[in-house]
Structures are given as structure tokens and as C-alpha cells.
Design a binder for this molecule. Structure first.
Ligand SMILES: [Zn+2]
Length: 241
């Protein structure tokens, strides 16, 4: 049930029974020389839509912008602060809560650790503010680790590599411009650097050459089933709320 596609009467009727909403988060961020800037948002949103085939759930319009740290200087990346991201998450969940939604599944196509930390913090705020709420926060890296890591050949593949290239070949083939070389960033441990591009020139974290359209299809399907199971679990959970 896509929120932007249903009318108020349909929402009213469906929300009597369905109390769960997926909130897809993404980014506008460089994804190497071969993938679109919107890769993370497209992935999260298509995953949410595909999950809705397996379980009754509202799918919110995606939040296109995220907090991008290591890619902030690459061409095309548009980043927002963690405060803004956190606030968006809390306010959107609060408004959905007022409309009767109780279970919030925040799924992020962008998996940066600082970005995810703000979403987790937002989730804790939602739990504190809305007494009947239940919250899950997870990134596509978490979902892949839990659902289909055996499909991925490249160890540590995380950004614009085998997984995301496969997914875009499946979801938006017309927006994929060839491929890119295998690359991994070389940021120093613990040290924050002002000039980031020398440590990650091409903006790829993994191996795009290992991508196939069939892999993209299989990954999305496994991810969707995993997310549907999680929603089923959060709806049935008694302890902890
Ligand atoms: Zn990505």
C-alpha cells in the first residue's frame, strides 16, 4: 500500500487493521562512475514496495536525502545533517502515529555508520515519545547479512560494488553506465580527514564486475522476504514494549 497512491478513505479503512509502515531512507550520493546518485533511495524504496507483496504494510514515500560523510566531496553528493535526518524521522513517525500507525520500520538504503546512528537515536526517541510504538532500524547491509550473503562473491562489498550494481541492473538498467573497477577505500583508522577523495578516488567499495541482473533480482527478493519476516515478528512481539 503506497501512501502516495491511496486516497483518504482507503487509508482510513486499511489503517483500521494495518498498523505497520515502512519508512524508506536513502541518499543522493556518488555511486562510482557507473551508478546513479539516487541508488540508495531507489534500492530502499523498491525493497519496501517488494516487501509489501509479502505482507500487509504501508509504504511511505522515501526520504531522498541522508547524511553522507566519506562521499561528501565527490561530485553530486548532497548531504544533510544528522540533526535534520533525526528530526525528519521523529516527526514523520509522530504524524503517522497520530493517524493510527504503531509499528515503524525504518529501512535505509544508505548504510553510513553516522547516518545509521542518527536513525537509531530517532528510533529511541519515537519509543520514548509514543507509548504504543514499536520501532525497527536497519540498513541494507544488515538485511543482506541476514538474508543473502551467500549470493555475494565479494567480501566486504558495500557501496557501488557487486550488490548495488546488480540491483541497479535489475531495477534501473537504463541508468547504469557501464561498470567500474574494483576498489576499497583506504581511510586511516580513527583519524578524520578533511580531504577525503585521495583516500577513495573512484567512490567504489567492492567489485562491480561481479554484478549480474539475475543476482540483483535474487537479492531484492531475499531482502523482501527478510523484511516481511521482521515486520511479522515486530507485530507479534510482546516483550520489550
Ligand atoms: Zn549505496
Amino acid at each position: 500500500m503506497l501512501l502516495e497512491a491511496i486516497n483518504m478513505d482507503e487509508f482510513h479503512e486499511k489503517s483500521q487493521k494495518c498498523k505497520s509502515a515502512i519508512m524508506p531512507f536513502g541518499s543522493v550520493e556518488e555511486h562510482g562512475p557507473h551508478l546513479p546518485l539516487g541508488t540508495d533511495t531507489i534500492h530502499a524504496y523498491e525493497l519496501a514496495k517488494s516487501t509489501a507483496k509479502y505482507i500487509d504494510v504501508f509504504v511511505c514515500p522515501p526520504i531522498w536525502y541522508g547524511l553522507c560523510k566519506s562521499t561528501s566531496q565527490h561530485p553530486g553528493t548532497i548531504t544533510i545533517s544528522g540533526y535534520t535526518l533525526r528530526r525528519l524521522a521523529v516527526e514523520i513517525a509522530g504524524s503517522l502515529y497520530a493517524q493510527g500507525i504503531r509499528n515503524f520500520i525504518m529501512v535505509s538504503g544508505h548504510a553510513g555508520s553516522t547516518h545509521m546512528a542518527y536513525l537509531v537515536d530517532a528510533g529511541e526517541q519515537i519509543l520514548a515519545d509514543y507509548k504504543e510504538s514499536r520501532v525497527a532500524v536497519l540498513s541494507i547491509i544488515d538485511i543482506i547479512a541476514g538474508s543473502c550473503k551467500e549470493l555475494v562473491e565479494t567480501e566486504g562489498d558495500a557501496h557501488a560494488g557487486e550488490v548495488e550494481t546488480s540491483l541497479m541492473l535489475h531495477l534501473r538498467p537504463e541508468w547504469v553506465t557501464g561498470t567500474a573497477e574494483r576498489e576499497f577505500p583506504s581511510f586511516p583508522k580513527h583519524i578524520l580527514v578533511r580531504d577525503k577523495i585521495p583516500f577513495w578516488p573512484k567512490g567504489v567499495w567492492g567489485d562491480p564486475a561481479k554484478a549480474t541482473v539475475e543476482k540483483g533480482q535474487a537479492i531484492l527478493d531475499r531482502e523482501s522476504r527478510y523484511l516481511a519476516d521482521l515486520i511479522n515478528k515486530i507485530e507479534k512481539m510482546e516483550k520489550g514494549f
